[in-house]
Write a protein that binds this ligand. Structure first.
Ligand code: RIB
Length: 308
């Protein structure tokens, strides 16, 4: 029986140009390949979780436009429960413009559109799914008041909240206190704590600070160096798999989706992080956000086992 997860967050259509390197301000670079792909941090995490083996309900707002139609069709292909994907009559679907450089790095600009209208009232509509979930997964590409409403609803119902604090912004302690697992990258950890994360010692320092502010566990993603895990019981780095990066877009989203699945299956935390590392490593070898999310058999193959 797959674990039942709720992911609440954004959905975008990504317009991607692959270039030798990222353009500088004021510069025009020629010679790029153009492609579109389904994206948005929330949708990426929902799709990644479904492919990793979760039964996923997605809570989101998309426009009544062709991008919204395409996004919805994609969610259905990935067997997400879309009962709480609302079609907004007044705002367009979210769009992201993404440059991807040859070394796999990227820069992203988002026009949130309908994502910015996902409201606490939408959270209340999704209450039956949220309060029965094995875990709730959140990010910060939708309004903070909505994220807070969802986190508090879940926490009151005893549902563990996994918050991926991306894109980076300062957060109130009232939100952090409702969070079971916080999953920042280095930049997001620095925004939240003021600690510049450059090595294991600074990762541990930032994570301890976040624990002191009320989260129960911190999984600080470190790109090619893996992830730093801190709970009251443990503090250590989990290395990741070595791969040749093509596009790092959504690696964090795939990590979070896979992490949520393993966590909701009740696996030990370090095993969850290994599973998530494997999923994220596979994702950076492929172009695009949702197209890069691996299936469970692919993740298990990289892990070298046959579980699940
Ligand atoms: O995390 C990657 C995502 O950020 C992209 O899919 C883009 O849509 C933005 O939301």
């Amino acid at each position: 029986m797959p674990s039942s997860l709720v992911v609440l967050g954004s959905s975008n259509t990504d317009m991607i140009i692959q270039l030798e390197r990222l353009p500088r301000p004021g510069e025009t670079l020629l010679g790029g390949n153009f492609t579109t792909a389904a994206g948005g941090k929330g949708a990426n995490q929902a799709v990644a979780a479904a492919r990793a083996g979760g039964a996923v309900t997605f809570v989101a707002r998309i426009g009544r436009d062709i991008f919204g139609d395409q996004a919805l069709a994609g969610f259905q292909r990935d067997r997400l429960n879309t009962d709480y994907v609302f079609r907004d009559p007044t705002a367009p679907s979210g769009v992201a413009l993404i440059f991807v450089a040859r070394d796999g790095s990227n820069s992203i600009a988002v026009a949130g559109g309908a994502n910015a209208r996902l409201s606490p009232a939408d959270v209340r509509k999704a209450k039956p799914a949220i309060t029965r979930a094995a875990a709730l997964v959140l990010q910060l590409e939708t309004p903070l008041a909505t994220v807070q409403a969802a986190a508090q609803l879940a926490a009151r119902a005893g549902v563990p909240v996994i918050l991926n604090p991306a894109p980076a912004q300062a957060l109130p302690d009232t939100l952090l206190q409702a969070v079971h697992l916080l999953t920042p990258n280095e930049t997001e950890a620095e925004t939240l704590t003021g600690v510049k994360v450059t090595d294991d010692a600074s990762a541990a320092r930032a994570a301890r600070q976040l624990l002191a502010r009320g989260v129960r566990g911190v999984i600080l993603t470190l790109g090619a160096r893996g992830a730093w895990v801190t709970t009251p019981e443990l503090s250590r780095r989990v290395p990741t798999f070595r791969v040749k990066p093509v596009d790092t877009t959504a690696a964090g989203d795939v990590f979070n989706g896979a992490l949520a699945v393993a966590f909701s299956e009740g696996r030990p935390l370090l095993e969850c992080v290994r599973f998530a590392n494997a999923a994220a490593a596979l994702s950076v070898t492929r172009l695009g956000a949702q197209p890069s999310a691996p299936t469970r058999p692919q993740i298990e193959r990289l892990l070298g086992g046959t579980r699940g």
